[in-house]
Design a protein around this ligand. Structure first.
Ligand SMILES: Nc1ncnc2c1ncn2[C@@H]1O[C@H](COP(=O)(O)OP(=O)(O)OP(=O)(O)O)[C@@H](O)[C@H]1O
Ligand SMILES: [Mg+2]
Length: 257
């Protein structure tokens, strides 16, 4: 049988189609696409494209589970399940021994603790403040005119950082504009920004209590600079799935039956 998981987040929407057979499964296709202004349309688009990618039609799919902040706005889903549960399920598939999940998306960041069975035991979420989320880095990337994809290279090759004193995204943006105006090396600013988001995430992990092994998911896990800085601060290695952005959608597809 085939199942589909759809995760509509603030920044991106994902669909994963699985073929399940006697407790085993295979990923037939997955799609990642920007959410844009219409989450319903984004869900429809990733679903249609994932079906095409798998060479399947709607009638072939036995069950669809929706997750993410837009999950309640997907009329063709059979069920919706919270992001916490779906992320936990997705992570356990990639790294079964995981005890702590750090998910940094476009508008929130979450730290989820897993019990020995891989179920969520506790979690902390920041969805009130953009600092500590992918949006913070997106805003700064625009001001600096440096693509987010280049942050990792810059971070690795730059020794010194400029401390960013503002804890608020809006004020930090003004601070960066002023630093650029004063001719400060943009690479040092990038390094400072990575440490700024890192400090926020690390304090969340410390509040909930670090338990190893640790796994990172969400789009920001593609930013190797952030993964490296968090790993250094927590003094532990961090596993990242090959495609960290589909973790929620994969979990949803695994939970669909
Ligand atoms: N290739 C990349 N390199 C670096 N960063 C990336 C890359 N792709 C995405 N990101 C980061 O990932 C963020 C989006 O993450 P993700 O797609 O997990 O968010 P989301 O699930 O839509 O949001 P949320 O869960 O908060 O609703 C962007 O804000 C950006 O910072
Ligand atoms: Mg998300």
């Amino acid at each position: 049988m085939y199942t589909c998981g759809i995760d509509v987040g603030s920044a991106s929407a994902e669909a994963v189609i699985l073929e399940k057979n006697n407790g085993k499964f295979k990923i037939c296709s997955y799609i990642i696409s920007p959410t844009g202004g219409d989450s319903k349309e984004a869900a429809q688009k990733v679903y249609t494209n994932a079906l095409a990618g798998a060479g399947l039609e709607k009638k072939d799919i036995n069950s669809i589970v929706a997750t993410g902040y837009g999950r309640l706005n997907i009329p063709f889903a059979d069920k919706n399940i919270t992001e916490i549960t779906c992320h936990a399920r997705g992570v356990v598939n990639f790294f079964p021994l995981t005890k702590t999940v750090i998910d940094i998306g476009g508008q929130d960041s979450k730290v989820i603790k897993l019990d020995p069975e891989g179920n969520p035991a506790d979690f902390l979420m920041n969805d009130k403040c953009a600092a500590g989320t992918g949006r913070f880095l997106e805003v700064m990337s625009k001001v600096l005119e440096i693509d987010l994809e280049n942050f990792a290279d810059i971070f690795m090759k730059t020794k010194e950082k400029v401390d960013i004193s503002s804890t608020c995204t809006v004020f930090a943006e003004s601070e960066i504009v002023s630093l650029i105006g004063h001719g400060v090396d943009k690479n040092k600013i990038v390094k400072g920004l990575v440490y700024s988001i890192t400090n926020r995430i690390v304090s969340m992990v410390e509040r909930i209590g670090l338990e190893e092994p640790v796994c990172m998911t969400g789009g920001v896990a593609k930013n190797i600079a952030v993964v490296k800085a968090i790993s250094e601060k927590l003094q532990t290695s961090i596993s990242v799935p090959q495609e960290p952005q589909i973790t929620g959608a994969l979990g949803a597809a695994l939970l669909a039956n």
